[in-house]
Structure formats: structure tokens, C-alpha cells
Design a protein around this ligand. Structure first.
Ligand SMILES: Nc1ncnc2c1ncn2[C@@H]1O[C@H](COP(=O)(O)OP(=O)(O)O)[C@@H](O)[C@H]1O
Ligand SMILES: [Mg+2]
Length: 582
């Protein structure tokens, strides 16, 4: 069945001029012209049967005659009685009724141009919905991915191809308050409809706590108040014990690069960590792991062992040249700064999730349990945990956030990498506030650069291993470019900053230049969607999610206008001192 069942009387008008991809049509009926808007899609009869040309309206004018098509609209009094109503259209593709066995195929090429006098129809309502299904290659049965409806046509649903959106990564951008978090919630809700849904959301500010249903599994990275409570994975509290960190990450935490002893300190750390890890692999059952050991092997080790050895070297005295004499050992005094940094971090309550994990987290088996909690879907045998995992990082100090988020991403990536292909279950990583931990500018060897490296790898290779990235940020110009350039889908919401706009414009296809002009004028909750998942750019009004993130927008004026006073300094100070609000 062809999706375009137009009859001639529906026609908007007919073609009066053709120039490669630019077509001008004359519209006789003023009412039809008035209903038309820039950026709407139109269909033109093609000279070949079984084909229709698709165009987008770029300009609408009422003009005295068609000799000067390019001039801007003239003032009212200049209009002669027999005006011409003209619509300028850019052709963007062809819809073929059939190609071999396939019906309704959209191509971004122009195989023909329309003839003079060819009819032009406005693409609206049902027909637009059907056309969207065709271009996003959405199956007609089964649950479909849809963020919302077309802004220019409320009756038409904007579908996206759910395979392509996650396979080729996506970004969601927009100034603060433009609706990114709600869009993310909408997306998660759509994913959650599927029985084997699998996604992880990095929730940096705890905004997504209100998303509570069977489909959502909430985990919070342990805060200072969780140290004594002994709560763990079963209570939704996630520790990220230090032994999970790679060697580079540990060095970036403990070794101050500006210290002249830094090279010695890194070398000693390699040695002591290797020894401490190997000490845990003495049992015969670990022989295979020991045989293939690297410093990055995810094996628990006792940081106290490392500390004891560092202190020994720092104070070591060795035999001197003369009999009975003593001199300072090779590392005497050279480990002091490293030791004090290590001790400070170890006892820092804010880093308790890292350095003061409960005993359970120091077992080999714990990693398996933790990964299972994060990657297992809703249908997992042990307990009906949701397929959408929301990980709350709100109590993680900001300087260490990049290391921690990327650590989880890395664990998920490694897990997929080491899963046999036929057993791999695809997973989407949704990175809210990505500019905070996938920054464009990162100092060499810092936690930031380690994080960037991990995300770059996922962006480049994730597709092979079934990992889709969704990068969400209000400052795309501050997000790592390599990662952005791997994102083949753009969901752009209102974006006011010039630097950010130009980053996004570069990601939009060239032929759609004027769409970029919409970025600053989009409404709250409105997005431009373009990319692999939607071959044509579409302006979508995002449907409100049922469960809404907590946007934490304070209504200053309304609050100031209330009669009851509100303040609680006593508890604020108390919480500040104990570093916990619970
Ligand atoms: N799709 C939408 N429909 C209606 N209102 C919306 C929509 N998305 C966002 N909003 C409004 O905008 C506010 C901010 O949205 P939010 O998603 O938190 O923005 P961001 O994450 O971009 O800072 C919300 O509290 C809500 O009032
Ligand atoms: Mg947000």
C-alpha cells in the first residue's frame, strides 16, 4: 500500500519553477497558504510513476509577480491586485513505492526533479505519521520508540528507530531548564516498556529519585552517612572500593606529579600494589588468574599492606660503606608526601565509598554481585530488579566524580567485552551532566583524562559490544569532541549560548543548515531530532514523562511571596558538619 493517497483537489499548488534542488510553487488558495509554515514537509509529484519527491518549505511569500523570486517581501502598498502566493521548497529526498520486495523506501537522493505544473501537497496528520514510520524504519507492530509529536502538526507522532538511536550513540543538549532531564525520563520510560530493557543512568544530582516503579532500580553511591550503617548492594547502596581502580587512576589519586619524587613513588606503588594483589591470589583456585596477572587485574588488595611497605621504605636504613655504619636507604624520605596523601584520602569521610568499604566489598565474589546488580535486566532470576538502573552520584565529591563515573562505565564495558557475543545483552549508558566527567579540556594524567579516555573508547568501540552512549549536557562545547563526533543522533533542545550552538550546528547535516537557526527559539520541552534514528530532521514536542525528575528549580518570587517563614539553619550546620543530610 502506498502511504501517499493524495487526490488532485488536495493540492496546495503547482510547480512554477525548478532549479536543481530548489522548487517554487504557486498557491492559489490563500487559506492553504496561511496554514503552511516554514520547515513543514511537502510532497511533490514526480515525473516517474511510483515515486514522490519530498521537500521542506524554506520560504513563503506573497509577491506581485515571479520575476524577482529572491527579493524579500515587499511592503503591503506595493502589492498589485493580482499577487502571486509563492512557496519556496528545498527538495530533500525521494519516496519510492517499492524497491524489489521492499515497500515504501525513503532515499536522501533526488532521482528526478518535478515537472512544471506538477502538484504539491502538504504532508500532515496520518500521512505524516506513516511517512515518519517509513523514514525511521520503524516496524508497524510491536512497541515503537517515540519521544512525542511534531510541533508543526500535533496529530502526527514522531517515531525514532530504537535500534539506530542506541547503536550509533546520541546526544541530548540544551541550556539548563530546556527539558533535557524530562526528555531523558521520557526516553527511559519508553525503554522501560520493553520486557528485557537494559540501561544505566548516571544521575549526578539525585534528580531522578522520583522515578519509582518496577522498571527502575535505584542505587546510590555510598555517602558519609553510610559508613557505619553497613548498608550494601541489597539496600541500594553502592560502594566502589579502591581496588577496582586501574593503576593509572590510583597513581592520579595519590601521586602529586609536581613532586620531584613522583617517578619513584609511581614505581614503588606498582611494586607494592602488585605484591598486595598477589598476596590475595595465593590459593590454588586462583592459579589461572595469577598466571595472567597484570597490575590492572580487578583483584582486591589490602591498602594497609601498601602503606606499611611505603613507611618501611621511607624510614629504611641500610648498611654503610664502613663496617657497622648505617646510611639512609634508596627511598628514605622520598615516600613521605605519598604516604600523607594516601592517609588523608583513606580517612576522608567523603571518600568512604572508596576507602572504607564494608568487608563484603573486599571479597573476590563481590565484583560479580555488583556487576550483576547493574547489568542484569528485570527478568533476572534472582529478584525482580528493574531493567533501568539509576545510579545516584550526588554524594561523590566533584573532584573525583570523573574517576568514579568512568570507573563504572569501564566496568560495564569490560564486562561486555568479556561476554561471549551470543550472550551479550545490549545496554545503554545515559550520561547526564556529561560535561562534568567527559570534559573537552583535561590535564594529562589527571582523573579527567583517564575518564575521557574510557568514554572515548566506549564511543568508538561500544557499538561492537552492544554499548550505546547517550551523552546529556547543557554545555556541549565543554564535552569532549571525540566523544561528541561519534554520536550520530542529535536531540537538541533550546540552546542559547553561541559556542554551544556552533558545536551542534556542525553535527547537523549540511543540507539542513536553516534548522540550526531554530536552536535558540525552541520552546521548553521542544527538540530538534536528527540523525540515524530519524533520517529527516524533525521538530518534536516531547511528551511529558509520567514520572517527572525533580528539576530543583526554586521559584524565588513565589516563595518570597508566601506568608509562612521558612529556614532551618540549625540542621543545615549539623548536616554540614557530619557531611550528610540524612
Ligand atoms: N516535555 C516537557 N513538557 C512540558 N514541560 C517541560 C517538558 N520538559 C521540561 N519541562 C519543564 O521545564 C522544566 C525543566 O526541565 P528539565 O528537564 O529539568 O531541564 P534541564 O534538565 O534541561 O535543565 C521542568 O521542570 C518542566 O517544568
Ligand atoms: Mg537536567
Amino acid at each position: 500500500m502506498t502511504i501517499f493517497d493524495f487526490v488532485d483537489t488536495d493540492a496546495l499548488g503547482c510547480v512554477i519553477s525548478v532549479d536543481t534542488a530548489a522548487v517554487v510553487i504557486r498557491v492559489e488558495d490563500l487559506d492553504r497558504l496561511k496554514r503552511l509554515q516554514v520547515n513543514r514537509l511537502v510532497v511533490l509529484q514526480s515525473s516517474k510513476s511510483g515515486q514522490h519527491l519530498i521537500g521542506v518549505v524554506v520560504k513563503i511569500t506573497r509577491k506581485p509577480d515571479d520575476r524577482d523570486l529572491e527579493a524579500d517581501a515587499l511592503s503591503e502598498e506595493d502589492l498589485p491586485p493580482n499577487e502571486n502566493n509563492l512557496v519556496k521548497i528545498t527538495l530533500i529526498g525521494t519516496l519510492l513505492d517499492r524497491v524489489g520486495e521492499q515497500r515504501n523506501v525513503f532515499r536522501r537522493t533526488l532521482e528526478t526533479v518535478p515537472e512544471i505544473e506538477a502538484n504539491c501537497f502538504s504532508l500532515e496528520g496520518e500521512r505524516l505519521t506513516r511517512f515518519m514510520q517509513v523514514i525511521s524504519n520503524v516496524e508497524t507492530d510491536g512497541p515503537k520508540l517515540s519521544l512525542g509529536n511534531f510541533t508543526l502538526d500535533d496529530d502526527a507522532v514522531a517515531y525514532l528507530n530504537g535500534n539506530k538511536l542506541f547503536q550509533r550513540h546520541a546526544i541530548v543538549v540544551g541550556s539548563t531548564g530546556s527539558g533535557k532531564s524530562w526528555t531523558t525520563a521520557r526516553l527511559l520510560e519508553q525503554i522501560a516498556e520493553l520486557p528485557q530493557a537494559n540501561a544505566v543512568l548516571f544521575d549526578i544530582h539525585g534528580e531522578y529519585r522520583p522515578l519509582v516503579s518496577d522498571a527502575f532500580h535505584h542505587l546510590k553511591v555510598a555517602g558519609p552517612s553510610d559508613i557505619e550503617s553497613g548498608r550494601g548492594l541489597d539496600d541500594g547502596v553502592l560502594h566502589l572500593p579502591y581496588w577496582l581502580l586501574g593503576y593509572e587512576a590510583l597513581v592520579s589519586l595519590f601521586v602529586d606529579r609536581s613532586d620531584q619524587n613522583a617517578p619513584n613513588q609511581s614505581m614503588i606503588m606498582t611494586r607494592t600494589i602488585t605484591e598486595a594483589k598477589k598476596a590475595n591470589l595465593a590459593a590454588p583456585e586462583f592459579k589461572e588468574i595469577l598466571d595472567n596477572f597484570t597490575i590492572d587485574s580487578p583483584v582486591p588488595f589490602d591498602i594497609d599492606m601498601v602503606l606499611v611497605e611505603l613507611k618501611r621504605l621511607d624510614e629504611e636504613m641500610v648498611a654503610g660503606a664502613r663496617a657497622g655504619s648505617e646510611k639512609q636507604g634508596p627511598y628514605h624520605g622520598k615516600m613521605s608526601r605519598l604516604i600523607s596523601r594516601l592517609e588523608a584520602k583513606r580517612t576522608d569521610r567523603r571518600l568512604a565509598f572508596l576507602f572504607q568499604p564494608p568487608a563484603e566489598c573486599m571479597q573476590m565474589e563481590w565484583l560479580e554481585k555488583m556487576v550483576h546488580n547493574i547489568v542484569a535486566g528485570r527478568g533476572a532470576k534472582d529478584g525482580a530488579k528493574g531493567g533501568i538502573k539509576i545510579i545516584d552520584f550526588s554524594e561523590v565529591p566533584s573532584d573525583i566524580l570523573p574517576l568514579m563515573v568512568s570507573l563504572l562505565a569501564q566496568i560495564l564495558f569490560s564486562t561486555s567485552l568479556w561476554t561471549k557475543q551470543e550472550k551479550r545483552h545490549p545496554i545503554a549508558l545515559m550520561c547526564d551532566e556529561a560535561h562534568l566527567y567527559i570534559p573537552e579540556r583535561a590535564q594529562a594524567d589527571s582523573g579527567d583524562s583517564i575518564a575521557v579516555e574510557i568514554f572515548e573508547r566506549i564511543a568508538k568501540e561500544g557499538r561492537k559490544y552492544g554499548i550505546g552512549l547517550v551523552v546529556i549536557s547543557q554545555r556541549p562545547s565543554e564535552v569532549n569532541r571525540t566523544v561528541l563526533s561519534q554520536c550520530n543522533n542529535v536531540i537538541a533542545m533550546r540552546l542559547t549560548n553561541g559556542d554551544d550552538q556552533s558545536v551542534i550546528r556542525k553535527l547537523l547535516p549540511d543540507s539542513l543548515g536553516s534548522f540550526g537557526d531554530l536552536l535558540p527559539v525552541l520552546d521548553v520541552g521542544e527538540a530538534l531530532v536528527v540523525g540515524d534514528a530519524s533520517l529527516l530532521p524533525t521538530r518534536v514536542r516531547i511528551t511529558e514523562p509520567t514520572l517527572k525528575p525533580d528539576s530543583q528549580t526554586v521559584a524565588f518570587w513565589d516563595r518570597w511571596n508566601e506568608t509562612e517563614p521558612k529556614s532551618d539553619t540549625t540542621n543545615a550546620i549539623k548536616s554540614w558538619r557530619k557531611q550528610s543530610s540524612t
